[in-house]
Design a protein around this ligand. Structure first.
Ligand code: NAD
Ligand code: AHE
Ligand code: ZN
Length: 381
């Protein structure tokens, strides 16, 4: 197959709010600096569903969505040296080139090398996508530089993390986004210290991964917040010391948490994490942190047009509002290490896989996510 187009199954999002069309696509061979990957397993993250709903200002149609996957390199384009056919890999929506201004800054995990192209759904070598719909001959855009809802995809070399072959691809695919993000928000972005108190808003995969890391660093109090009480049992199993449903209270949730953590400084948690994508909750998450030092980390992705607000006094009095992409991990360098740490049993991954399906049934995974019934549905190609 090397050097030739591959015909295979791909799930095309033709337009917003319509089910995906699982159909035959043609995947071009990788050009200079590109890698063609056989996707073995791909999970559904809330961000794919958000984009399909038309909420992403960068969301283009028609596109092949998907960004949480693992696979095997099928072929590489000219000049590619970091991976070769047969390597097990995780495609990373956040690239890491190591030598752009952002990578060299050592201040961020965001890479500037291919971001302009991944946002436009095309490849940097020639400004074109590598996907075509077989029946109509229409070009199909890439998504987040990954497009994993297909049997084969083409990504930039700087977006490929080579991983240990011992790891099961249908589990470590979750390290391509959700689990890494929740863990990294705690360890890299907030750098939570032992004994700290924390609140986690939203107990899906991202929130639970944050709870897992908080328990691991020895947080003394972990307050899990969700409007769906069916999420509480798992959160407690993961390490939440308290669970709160905002619907059970007449007061704003920030006030409830302030009262739960009342001390002679007025109460509030040391750290909070918003893992939903709701700007009202982002405000509550900031305002439930402790005066003088509270830090709130925005992880959730809010819909186009949404804005956050709070009284500036909240910041004047020492709270800070942070954000994180991919939990601050430098993808190509850190994902292989995360895989090894998972293999060493340092954190949960398998437990988030609540459903497994075939790629052709991918629309069922969206239904499960919308119904709040799944953490991660993993699709096999
Ligand atoms: P999910 O749908 O599995 O989980 C969201 C949880 O929030 C659910 O349990 C839901 O019941 C709960 N919830 C919804 N509204 C609520 C409210 N008003 N109050 C309290 N709880 C509420 O989603 P996920 O896959 O875990 O993703 C969570 C968010 O993180 C999404 O916005 C996703 O786009 C974003 N995300 C961001 C990054 C990043 O790098 N910043 C990475 C991955 C995902
Ligand atoms: N494209 C959107 C925002 C989407 C967004 O914020 N994506 C997160 C990752 S979500 C993974 O599930 C992110 O890390 N963004 C950083 C980046 O470089 O895209 C918009 O608003 O334009
Ligand atoms: Zn994601």
């Amino acid at each position: 197959t090397q050097g030739k187009p591959i015909e295979c199954l791909g799930a095309i999002a033709w337009e917003a709010k319509k089910p995906l069309d699982v159909t035959t696509i043609v995947v071009d061979p990788p050009k200079k600096g590109e890698v063609r990957i056989k996707i073995v397993a791909t999970a559904l993250c809330h961000t794919d569903s958000y984009t399909l709903d038309g909420f992403d200002p960068e969301g283009l149609f028609p596109a092949i969505l998907g960004h949480e996957a693992a696979g095997i390199v099928e072929s590489v384009g000219e000049g590619v040296t970091s991976v070769q056919p047969g390597d097990h890999v995780i495609p990373c929506y956040q690239a890491f080139c190591g030598d752009c201004g952002m990578c060299r800054s050592n201040k961020t995990n965001l890479c500037g090398r291919v971001r302009a192209w991944t946002g436009k759904g095309i490849m940097a070598a020639d400004d074109q996508p590598r996907f075509t719909h077989k029946d109509s001959g229409k070009k199909i855009f890439h998504f987040m530089g990954t497009s994993t809802f297909a049997e084969y995809t083409v990504v930039h070399e700087v977006s490929v993390a080579k991983i240990n072959k011992e790891a099961k691809l249908d589990k470590v695919c979750l390290l391509g986004c959700g689990v890494s993000t929740g863990i990294g928000a705690v360890l890299n972005t907030a750098k939570v210290e032992k004994g700290s108190t924390a609140a986690v808003f939203g107990l899906g995969t991202i929130g639970l991964a944050a709870v897992d890391a908080l328990r691991d660093v020895g947080a003394s109090r972990i307050i899990g917040v969700d409007t769906d009480p069916s999420k509480f049992e798992r959160a407690k199993e993961w390490g939440a010391t308290d669970v709160v449903n905002p619907k059970d209270h007449d007061k704003p949730i920030q006030q409830v948490i302030m009262e739960m953590t009342n001390d002679d400084g007025g109460g509030g948690v040391d750290y909070s994490f918003e893992c939903i994508g709701n700007v009202g909750v982002m405000r509550a998450a900031l305002e439930c942190t402790h005066k003088g030092w509270g830090q709130s980390v925005v992880i959730g992705v809010a819909a186009a047009g949404q804005e956050i607000s709070t009284r500036p006094f909240q910041l004047v009095t020492g709270r800070s509002w942070r954000g994180t992409a991919f939990g601050g991990f430098r993808s190509r360098i850190d994902v292989p290490k995360l895989v090894d740490r998972y293999l060493a049993g340092e954190f949960r991954v398998d437990e988030y896989v609540t459903h497994t399906l075939k790629l052709k049934d991918i629309n069922e995974a969206f239904d499960l996510l919308h119904a709040g019934k799944c953490l991660r549905a993993v699709m096999y190609t």
